[in-house]
Design a protein around this ligand. Structure first.
Ligand SMILES: Nc1ncnc2c1ncn2[C@@H]1O[C@H](COP(=O)(O)OP(=O)(O)OP(=O)(O)O)[C@@H](O)[C@H]1O
Ligand code: SF4
Ligand SMILES: [Mg+2]
Length: 461
């Protein structure tokens, strides 16, 4: 049994404007020592889903099951949840300033957290542990800094304090909600490195929430792509980058700046995330999808196995995608793209001729007797992307963003990109409104990190 098993989690909020369907059926599991990356645009339900697991969404209507070591978090008593929080499951938030009390010394706050869970631990012992934890996360002179207030630390150092606090009770699971979004690229890389190291040392399971596929490439074993409150695709990290299926995943991958890129244009996902009060019919991604077919507007796809079948090269039993396109058309390669376009055009043509929707998944025209493939322009934002520059270090990667094998997007080994998904249009008229872009004014991270003024200039638009 997995450490955490979430099944069909649904969360909604009643508001004056209507019911907000923030999470609409989310299932996943995390094993000890593994990292699950949850990625998606703003408002896709990443935070609400994990906060609900911690029972931090008061007033929400919640259903489903979330078994932590076999016991359901969603029905646990308040006392049980108090025991679990911090000691068994810890959270790290994006903004450490809002999580640390400004009027108390950081050491005192760590000590209190330790003593809240075990009153047998004396003040001296708790302080010793706080100093030890601050040292472990790379705070220089921890025996002195333990008596500093939060404002006396830089942003990166405060995030280290939060990690120290999260690890102080040696929890089995850490949920990190955008832990590095507010940090410049250099400090972000250091914090991620620290988390990876400590996770391996303590064999902790980690849920890493981010909008940054660069962070996922660095950290995650498995990836869950969220869209409109629901998983759009789930797979092992390598599968997702090399053999992704869902058009939304493709869109995210194409909007990641590459460390090697430069001449290449980023391709934004056109349109806006959906309203969670008035959701689009059928596939919730259809208003933004370049492959949208007639039945995408009426029939909601469910998660099904995608990619090569069992026994074939690249088969990933965990790979599922919710999309009506042929389930074997995977990857960012030109072949897969042509297959998707052809299948979409065939379905549209069938719709125009009044032949109704194809049953189940779309099939490319070559699979229909008597028809030749005729890739059509579709309603998408523009022509096929030109191959992206960069090393072709694996199947399907020649035209895609680089992943863990090479420098991670977002922590370029030089003045680089900040790992955000800045948007820009295909014709080069960038808008630069993507989350997580740095503007070249990254700050140094205080003593011990030696990073000086940040040089991230990756407002990629
Ligand atoms: N208490 C609440 N009442 C009403 N709606 C809420 C509440 N909390 C969250 N929501 C809505 O739920 C949706 C999902 O929010 P959530 O914070 O999970 O998004 P997210 O994916 O974490 O986005 P971001 O990347 O911006 O953090 C949003 O539309 C948000 O406005
Ligand atoms: S092809 Fe259809 S089902 Fe697939 S993502 Fe696009 S709109 Fe949704
Ligand atoms: Mg969030």
């Amino acid at each position: 049994m997995s450490l955490l098993e979430v099944t069909d989690l649904q969360v909604s909020f009643h508001t004056a404007d209507g019911e907000v369907h923030a999470v609409r059926g989310m299932s996943f599991s995390v094993d000890r020592g593994r990292t699950l990356g949850i990625v998606g645009e703003s408002g896709s339900g990443k935070s609400v889903s994990t906060q609900t697991l911690m029972r931090l969404t008061p007033g929400a209507r919640v259903s489903g099951r979330a078994l932590f070591e076999g016991r359901d978090l969603l029905t646990a008593s308040d006392d049980r949840m108090r025991e679990l929080r911090g000691a068994e499951i810890a959270m790290i938030f994006q903004d450490p300033l809002s999580s640390l009390h400004p009027l108390y010394k950081v050491g005192w706050q760590i000590e209190e957290m330790i003593r809240a869970h075990d009153r047998q631990v004396g003040r001296d012992q708790a302080r010793k542990r706080a100093v030890e934890m601050l040292g472990l996360v790379g705070i220089p002179k921890p025996d002195r800094r333990v008596d500093d207030y939060p404002h006396q630390f830089s942003g990166g150092m405060r995030q280290r304090v939060m990690i120290a606090m999260a690890l102080a009770l040696n929890p089995k699971l850490i949920i990190a909600d955008e832990p590095t979004t507010a940090l410049d690229a250099t400090v972000q890389a250091q914090i991620l490195d620290l988390m990876r190291r400590l996770q391996a040392e303590f064999d902790t399971a980690l849920i890493m929430i981010t909008h940054d596929l660069g962070v996922i490439a660095d950290m995650a074993d498995d990836v869950l792509v969220m869209y409109g409150g629901k998983p759009a695709e789930r797979a092992a990290r390598r599968t997702l980058y090399y053999r992704g299926h869902h058009p939304y995943t493709m869109g995210l991958l194409r909007s990641v700046p590459t460390a090697a890129g430069g001449a290449d244009r980023l391709r934004p996902i056109p349109g806006q995330p959906p309203s969670l009060i008035n959701l689009p019919s059928g596939c919730v991604f259809h208003p933004r999808c370049e492959f949208a077919m007639p039945h995408c507007r009426t029939d909601e796809p469910v998660l099904e196995h995608a990619g090569p079948p069992p026994g074939a090269d690249g088969h990933d039993p965990s790979h599922v995608s919710a999309c009506w396109l042929p389930l074997d058309a995977v990857g960012l390669g030109e072949d897969a793209q042509a297959r998707r376009l052809a299948a979409a055009e065939a379905a549209r043509e069938a719709g125009r001729r009044g032949r109704g929707k194809p049953s189940g998944h779309a099939r490319p025209p070559e699979e229909e007797p008597g028809r030749r493939p005729e890739p059509g322009p579709g309603p998408g934002p523009g022509p096929e992307p030109a191959p992206r520059p960069g090393p072709a270090d694996g199947p399907g990667m020649a035209d895609g963003p680089r992943m863990a094998d090479g420098p991670r997007p977002g922590t370029a080994d030089g003045p680089g990109t900040a790992g955000g998904t800045g948007t820009g249009t295909a014709d080069g008229t960038g808008t630069g409104d993507g989350p997580g872009t740095a503007d070249g004014t990254g700050t140094g991270d205080g003593p011990g990190t030696g990073d000086g003024p940040g040089t991230a200039d990756g407002g990629n638009a």
